[in-house]
Design a binder for this molecule. Structure first.
Ligand SMILES: CC(C)(COP(=O)(O)OP(=O)(O)OC[C@H]1O[C@@H](n2cnc3c(N)ncnc32)[C@H](O)[C@@H]1OP(=O)(O)O)[C@@H](O)C(=O)NCCC(=O)NCCS
Length: 144
């Protein structure tokens, strides 16, 4: 059964956070509510929500930073995996970016997430010859 995919509604908030936690996408130093608020407030981002019978079972946060498209928080409920819903969410996210003239989309996958890497490879995503650098702009919460 295909997903219904629509933009975020405020009533989705708790279900989305539960989904992201169930999919191990949250980190204690990231505030998912703040992430949602920023995406909702931005004209260059949206939160796509996938439902089945009105149950929230998938998400993708998609946005454009002025140069590239980015996708974050791609998630499919663990009990609904391998049904094609991840592919559906990615197709919708790519459509959202294409409609805004975005020539290229990229995303980051944690090194240990081999399942997600295999999934993205199946969708035509390829490893890029770039090094991702980061720097904390506050005391590193990872050091706690
Ligand atoms: C990654 C994730 C979104 C995939 O969603 P899904 O609904 O299970 O994937 P789909 O059923 O749409 O699979 C699409 C394709 O990817 C392939 N695929 C999915 N998982 C795979 C794996 N572990 N190994 C190889 N191929 C895989 C499928 O075979 C399928 O290919 P096909 O359509 O040609 O048959 C889902 O597993 C998830 O939510 N994981 C936890 C959160 C996460 O890691 N998100 C990514 C953060 S970067």
């Amino acid at each position: 059964m295909a997903l219904d995919i629509r933009d975020f509604r405020e009533a989705d908030r708790a279900a989305l956070i539960a989904l992201w936690e169930a999919c191990a996408l949250t980190r204690r130093w990231d505030d998912p509510n703040a992430d949602m608020d920023r995406s909702i407030a931005s004209r260059d981002a949206t939160i796509l929500v996938g439902t089945l019978d009105n149950d929230v079972i998938a998400s993708a946060v998609v946005g454009h930073d002025g140069h590239r498209g980015w996708i974050y928080y791609l998630a499919v409920s663990p009990d609904r995996k391998a049904c094609g819903h991840g592919r559906e969410m990615m197709a919708e996210a790519e459509l959202w970016l294409t409609a805004r003239g975005t020539p290229k989309v990229q995303l980051m996958v944690r090194g240990e997430n081999e399942t997600a890497t295999a999934f993205y490879n199946a969708l035509g995503y390829e490893r890029q010859d770039v090094t991702v650098l980061g720097k904390w702009l506050m005391p590193s919460p990872e050091a706690d």
